[in-house]
Design a protein around this ligand. Structure first.
Ligand code: 26Q
Length: 822
């Protein structure tokens, strides 16, 4: 019997019993000696029991119905804390709060001791987490497959304003959410040699691959629960252990250290999450990670399919494999190997099945972000896969040669092997040709994909390019992060919007309703006060919660232009210094985000933010007119505090460079107004919330592309802006870096000479838009109306909508739709 099936009045005492049982019998603690950590574990285990039971109940029906499942392969799942989202989905928050209170313990304290599972870098990893949540809520049978990193994304601290990285230790106190499955482990091979591969590329036969080293993939399942516990799925994370923990022969020969090295090597595979997004560095261990989790996932998928269906030829009718970017692109070659070498299918048959099963999401246009692996390295680690890739390429090029436009340059560009320098395998090309559909993550991004990176491939491969604009899980980013607002909305329009987000549109009518506006405003104020407390504790800066909170939160990247935001902060500061008595609208610039440890320029930008913050926040002439804070260690939990407290959302990337953005959606959903460029999903957000409720500035993607041709130096733009000149002079003079005048000279040189991200060119228009923000803010009725309309009109950006589109157009999984299913 599950707690969910109890009558409301029985639930709280059942929860209480369960927590006590886990505490005493599971953890061996008495009620008196239990620490917050113990209470957290006992509460999490109680919640996990409920979820697991749901999962066990739901699973057989999927099996019997022979339903097609989605397998979402992602090297990152940025799930964050789970306790509150699980309790929210199960509608058990109040019961648990009550039960804990009976023990004299506060749920809010318990909640905070859960480590934030940072198994991802940013947008791509968080998207995977939101999609798994939504697939479960809308009832798509799915498995998420990823890596159980021992250390997630590094913790960020500042020393002297510079970023320092510290290891992340989310597993230190154990992980109460996971269930390990020792009976479902797989042996994953690396290296070695291949025998029996035929020479005939037209119809290649099977080969025998004998790897030299083998690592065991261990299974760690995190149950995922959908809205109101109706459906449940599994996030299966792979760990690594050696096949033979201590090689006995070496041990017996007295070589204890040698014996342990195999263990250390095997475990290294899942030791850390690579902290660089957008710049693959081609390290061997990363390739091993990619193959390891992809091969384990495919072995699991094929095992399940053979157990339940028994005919490998029917794989694509029961399995839709979605590749989250190219990190699992090796799946194309691995599935071919399974079908040809292990199941004896002909090459042609295997290729058809592979292409019918796999689809691929691209998340970037930046050429430097496209993964490439040196052929030599690839062949050493995965010799059979390299052969298979060459065979796929042979067929691919043979087909291309039949086209009359296919000159050498064309073939050179579409080849799976880059021959421009040291030969390298192009993973995006491999993913493209091995997929039935490829999708971009916003309209603009998808259009640009067609015109740029995939333009040539699209002329010869049958792969269909479609758009699937990203979405976000409202359950986490509204109900859980901003419970007061969720409650206000539910009290106003009913709670149907929780399962059918389109109902949020009903809120439009209240955008000018005085009582609603007052409550909406009050909730924002409370959220800002809560954030101010966090900022005081983290940065020792006192914020005035009535100021405009201007928020830019995301990874630090030149293309995201945190620098533009900071130049504007300097300009504001100089203005205040010029005219200390002028009436200015008080503003707090809040930034947060991590820089890849090897990305020097991004780290310099963080230092710049902290340098500006020090000067501005300590200048008595400024007071509360302007504050600048860079909040350390941005992660999902911090985002949950920042987002509901934002008045203004900074989405200011150089047009054409941000594939979509999802933070933009989270902020707008919570009622922040956007100041942004026509980039990524900003364009669609603006279309939906209304141009009058969005502060637009900057060049378009086309204009940026044109300017790039011109090679117009940023210096020109500086000549035309006195304001920008003053800002650059201040920066250059060492006003913010008295200890090192020249600290920002490299940054300035970039702005003046190449300005690759068009920061100078967009500066004046950005300044204009910011002053429009000020003017708008001075009219509270207009401001709050726009803010409420943002919340109401973001309905479409729910990840429920996004996964339904994937199910309809890519996975071909029949679904009931909201409105016609219940
Ligand atoms: C690749 C190879 C080696 C090491 C690391 C990587 C790597 C890791 C992470 C490459 C890229 C990433 C992450 C990319 C990312 O988060 N992209 C963002 O994806 C979001 C979801 O679609 C979009 O909203 C953002 O616009 C996009 O920047």
């Amino acid at each position: 019997m599950s707690i969910l099936d109890l009558r409301p009045e029985q639930k709280s005492s059942a929860v209480k019993d369960s927590i006590e049982r886990h505490l005493v019998l599971g953890l061996g603690k008495s009620l008196k000696e239990a620490t917050l950590q113990d209470w957290y574990r006992a509460t999490a285990l109680t919640a996990r029991d409920v979820v697991t039971r749901r999962w066990l109940n739901v699973r057989p029906s999927n099996k019997e119905l022979g339903k097609k499942r989605v397998y979402y392969l992602s090297i990152e799942f940025l799930i964050g804390r789970l306790l509150f989202s699980v309790l929210t989905s199960l509608d058990l928050v109040d019961e648990v709060r009550e039960a804990l209170a009976d023990f004299g313990v506060s749920l809010d304290d318990v909640r905070k001791v859960e480590p934030d599972a940072a198994l991802g870098n940013g947008g791509l990893g968080r998207l995977a987490a939101c999609y798994l949540d939504s697939m479960t809520s809308v009832g798509i049978p799915a498995y998420g497959y990823g890596i159980r990193y021992e250390h997630g994304l590094f913790a960020q601290r500042f020393r002297d304003g510079w970023q320092e990285e510290y290891p992340e230790l989310w597993l230190k106190t154990g992980n109460p959410w996971e269930l390990t499955r020792p009976e479902k482990e797989y042996e994953i091979g690396f290296g070695g040699s291949v025998e029996g591969a035929e020479d005939n590329p037209e119809n290649p036969g099977p080969a025998v691959w004998t790897p030299t080293d083998t690592v065991i993939a261990t299974t760690h399942d995190v149950p995922v629960i959908g809205w109101r516990g109706e459906h449940a799925n599994i996030l299966r994370l792979w760990g690594a252990r050696p096949i033979d923990p201590i090689r006995l022969s070496a041990f017996n020969e007295g070589d204890y250290v040698g014996a342990m090295s195999a263990k250390i090597q095997a475990e290294a595979i899942t030791r850390i999450l690579y902290p660089n997004d957008h710049t693959p560095q081609g390290q061997e261990l990363r390739l091993r990670q990619e193959y390891f989790f992809t091969a384990a996932s495919l072995a699991d998928i094929v095992r399940r399919h053979m157990e339940q269906v028994g005919d490998i030829r029917k794989l694509s009718a029961f399995a839709a494999i979605q590749l989250n970017d190219t990190h699992p692109a090796i799946a194309v070659a691995e599935l071919m190997r399974i079908l040809v070498d292990l199941h004896g299918l002909s090459w042609h048959e295997a290729w058809t099945i592979t292409r019918e099963t796999i689809s691929f999401t691209n998340h970037t246009l930046l050429p430097e972000a496209l993964e490439k692996w040196p052929v030599a390295l690839f062949g050493r680690i995965l010799p059979r896969h390299l052969q298979i890739i060459y065979l796929i390429n042979w067929h691919h090029l043979k087909n291309a040669r039949t086209k009359d436009f296919a000159d050498d340059g064309f073939l050179f560009r579409i080849s799976l092997i880059d021959e421009s320098g040291d030969k390298a395998v192009r993973m995006a090309h491999l993913a493209y040709v091995g997929s039935h559909h490829v999708n971009g993550v916003s309209q603009l991004h998808t259009e640009l994909l067609k015109e740029t990176v995939f333009q040539d491939l699209a002329k010869v491969a049958p792969t269909v390019i479609v758009n699937k604009t990203n979405g976000i899980a409202f359950r986490r980013w509204l109900h859980e992060a901003n419970p007061a607002l969720a409650k206000l909305i539910a009290d106003t329009i009913g709670d149907a919007f929780m399962s059918d987000p389109t109902r949020l549109l009903d809120l439009e009518r209240y955008a000018t309703d005085a009582s609603f506006v007052a409550q909406f405003e009050k909730i924002r104020q409370q959220n800002k006060t809560a954030l101010a407390k966090v900022v005081r504790e983290a940065s020792n800066v006192q914020l005035d919660a009535s100021a405009l909170f201007d928020v830019q939160i995301k990874r630090i990247h030149e293309y995201k232009r945190q620098c533009l935001n900071l130049l504007e902060a300097i300009a504001c500061y100089l203005d205040i210094k010029d005219e200390p008595h002028r009436d200015v609208l008080p503003r707090v610039k809040i930034l947060s985000g991590k820089a890849a440890p090897g990305y020097a320029r991004a780290k310099l930008i963080i230092k710049l933010a902290n340098d500006i913050a020090r000067v501005v926040n300590n200048d008595p002439a400024v007071g509360d007119k302007l504050k600048v804070v860079f909040v350390p260690n941005y992660n999902v939990s911090l985002a949950e505090v920042l987002i509901p407290a934002a008045d203004l959302s900074e989405q200011i990337s150089t047009a054409g460079m941000e594939a979509s953005g999802t933070g933009n959606m989270k902020l707008a959903l919570n009622g922040a107004l956007t100041i942004g460029t026509l980039d990524g999903a900003n364009i669609e957000i603006r279309e939906r919330v209304g141009a009058e409720n969005f502060f637009l500035f900057g060049m378009t993607a086309d204009q940026v592309a044109e300017k790039k041709q011109d090679r117009v130096p940023g210096g020109d733009a500086v000549q035309h802006s006195q304001r920008l000149q003053r800002v650059i002079e201040a920066l250059s003079s060492g006003l913010f870096s008295p200890d090192d005048d020249s600290r920002y000279h490299p940054l300035i040189a970039d702005l003046l000479v190449f300005d690759p991200y068009m920061t100078c060119l967009d500066f004046e228009d950005y300044w204009r838009a910011q002053r429009e923000v000020d003017a708008h803010r001075r009219n509270p009725a207009a401001w709050w109306k726009a803010s409420i309309l943002n919340t109401a009109r973001m309905a479409w950006f729910s990840s429920d909508r996004a996964v339904r589109e994937y199910a309809d157009d890519i996975w071909r999984i029949p679904l009931s739709h909201p409105g016609n299913d219940r």
